[in-house]
Design a protein. Structure first.
Length: 231
């Protein structure tokens, strides 16, 4: 009876307001959102890349709390901070941590007496439009001295398919981002939800995600020296 009474009240109120009140919000569209295509802060994958290399077979893909890919070289008093934005060739998902090219810049310049912090903000499939959004709405807070864009391939694909950057622009809120947020929150607090999510994304190629245990978190990933060729 209580439910029926509440329902009846809502119906009568709605009908009455539609007749006697002008709703100033009737034609409003929801505020649009801009999706920043950065790596998910705090993410930690262990990737099995046995299909492409056995040295090492497993590598770590870690992201810090600001969405920058490890290794992140930090000096207390750097001369310069350089940020890299780009797609998969900047992200270097299946490359061993110390060999990702944005990370190599810091130790190479340190040998020349320059203290340089590097930030790897790459993410697969990003375009120049995405990179500009990241620069204006995120990266600027970290005050880099130099920002290097490495884009082209993803832009060609998006422009060929859509004819414009419309798919990269702001979008109205929908169920999809709410569902994604719920999945991300659930998998961050529940091992079971995290395992289900990992199974759903296991089709990453040419590497696949393997479970990360507490022991894996405590062990430093294998290191590989950079080959030096003769001139």
């Amino acid at each position: 009876m209580l439910g029926l009474a509440v329902f009846s009240f809502l119906v009568i109120a709605e009908v009455g307001l539609r007749i006697f009140w002008h709703n100033p919000y009737r034609h409003d569209d929801p505020d649009h959102l801009i999706l920043l295509r950065i790596s998910t802060p705090g993410r930690h994958f262990i990737l099995n890349r046995s299909l492409i290399s056995a040295d090492p077979v497993r590598i770590h893909f870690r992201v810090n709390e600001r969405g920058y890919i490890y290794p992140v070289h930090q000096f207390d008093d750097p001369d310069v901070t350089i940020a890299f934005l780009g797609g998969s060739t900047t992200e270097c998902l299946t490359v061993d941590e110390p060999l990702r090219f944005p990370a190599l810049v810091s130790p190479l310049l340190a040998k020349r007496g320059l203290k340089v912090n590097t930030l790897n903000g790459g993410r697969s499939a990003t375009t120049i439009h995405d990179a500009l959004n990241i620069l204006i709405n995120h990266l600027i807070e970290d005050r880099p001295d130099v920002v290097i864009f490495m884009e082209a391939t993803s832009d060609i694909g998006v422009l060929e398919h859509d004819g414009s950057y419309h798919s990269r622009m702001s979008v109205a809120p929908s169920f999809s981002p709410i569902r994604t947020w719920a999945l991300q929150k659930a998998s961050s607090v529940s091992q079971f939800a995290g395992a289900l999510r990992a199974m759903a994304t296991v089709q990453l190629a040419p590497a696949r995600i393997v479970p990360v245990s507490d022991h894996d978190n405590a062990v430093e990933p294998p290191r590989k020296t950079l080959p030096v060729g003769s001139s």
